[in-house]
Write a protein that binds this ligand. Sequence first.
Ligand SMILES: Nc1ncnc2c1ncn2[C@@H]1O[C@H](COP(=O)(O)OP(=O)(O)OP(=O)(O)O)[C@@H](O)[C@H]1O
Ligand SMILES: [Mg+2]
Length: 473
Amino acid sequence: MVGVKNSPRGETILVVDDDRAFRIATRTLLEDEGYAVVLASSGAESLEQLAEKTVDLVLTDLVMEEMTGLALLAQLKERYPDIPVIMVTGFGSIQTAVEAIHLGAADYVTKPHNNEELVLKVGRTLEIKSKDRELQSLRQAVSGTYHFGNIVTRSDRMREVLTQIRQVADTDVTILIQGESGTGKELVARAIHYNSNRRSRPFVATSCSALSESLLESELFGFEKGAFTGAGAQRVGRFEEAHTGTLFLDEIGDVSSGVQKKLLRVLQEKTFERVGGNSSIVVDTRVVAATNRNLELMMRQGEFREDLYYRLNVFPITLPPLRERVEDIPLLVEYFVQKHSDLAGGNVKEIAPPVLSALLNHVWRGNIRELENLVKRAIISTPGDIITAIPLPEDRSVNALRTALPIESTESPAPYKEYLGAVLRDAEEKYLVRILRTHKGNINHIARLMEVDRKTVYRKMAEYGIAPEKYRD
Ligand SMILES: Nc1ncnc2c1ncn2[C@@H]1O[C@H](COP(=O)(O)OP(=O)(O)OP(=O)(O)O)[C@@H](O)[C@H]1O
Ligand SMILES: [Mg+2]
């Protein structure tokens, strides 16, 4: 490594060790890397230094007379929670090092350390910290956007959800948010984070779908250098990035069984290994998971681990689809018109009443996201200040077909098979909802009445996105 003395990186490192030789050697090493270095020979002295100087990182020995490294760590976390601490541990005290991580140390190096490892870890820790800081300012920019006030609703069921969020935000409980696509799952996840005592820590969102099993594994848990072809450098995963904060695992229903197993372990033990790594990493990461799939059904069909399901489902939050809270539509429309008024140069527009009633009758398959997108499009394409039309997408799905086929129409109808299929599906969906309601979601009973097996009932319900538990008392 080329010495870059006298071109400081602007970061100051405090080195704490009662061994003078180590202090001096480390100072030389770090100064050669361009860092400013402050020395302390004891925990007490390091606290004095910290009272006077701005320090970006503390590197402390674990075994010291008077105050041990762990005791110092505890003090530092209490007084300077934002300064990362790297522990230097004696050979063979990995157990204590792990404990140190648990107590909030950012990392550890073993002594006699190799210089390259030390420099690498210092660099990486500082990098994570600066990323944290970036995130923090981003967070401030958006924090106005995500609080309860911005989950707009007047529906009783959503109000219940808001109460649930309030109850649970400030705990470390794992949360499972379920709801159809576009119902506001991510919005709720953010509301939980920004109303928890982790609000000033990172909120890391990651989607579990669209990645292959091995990519997802690396994404979540990180990997060591050389773990696989192309792993040129070590990378921390999302669980580590979200340490002390919240990890939002979106589309949790899409994870493979291999990753399910690993997730179970992190949730149970808070530890994992990076891909290709042997040492266990301990994290304090709160998990909020979401899915638009029916996890309970998946579990019963053996597609989702039962133990993981119960781990995730400690505190379930279910978001109702927009069609079950149409009373929210006018409110949301108004809110989105305000929210996106800058699309029309700040000219806030009004919605003509007939437009609104058309919206009330639309089948919102894409829920609130679909509504928001339509409002946005309408704002852009309306020249005046009253929105007189919101073109609804032609819905050739079951719901559109069921009412449409006026015999007097001169237009050619939908293709025969497609039409019949749609009508049948529509009838089947209605039948299922009705029988669920009348028999209070008792699948055994319903399967008998329908003269099919239970699996078929479950499969059909999944097909239509019907949740049987909703019909149980
Ligand atoms: N109650 C609400 N009040 C205001 N805005 C909302 C509300 N619910 C959802 N939105 C907005 O609707 C859009 C979709 O919400 P979000 O991304 O949270 O949904 P989702 O359930 O995660 O969807 P998907 O399953 O498609 O990922 C976002 O722009 C969000 O801000
Ligand atoms: Mg989402």
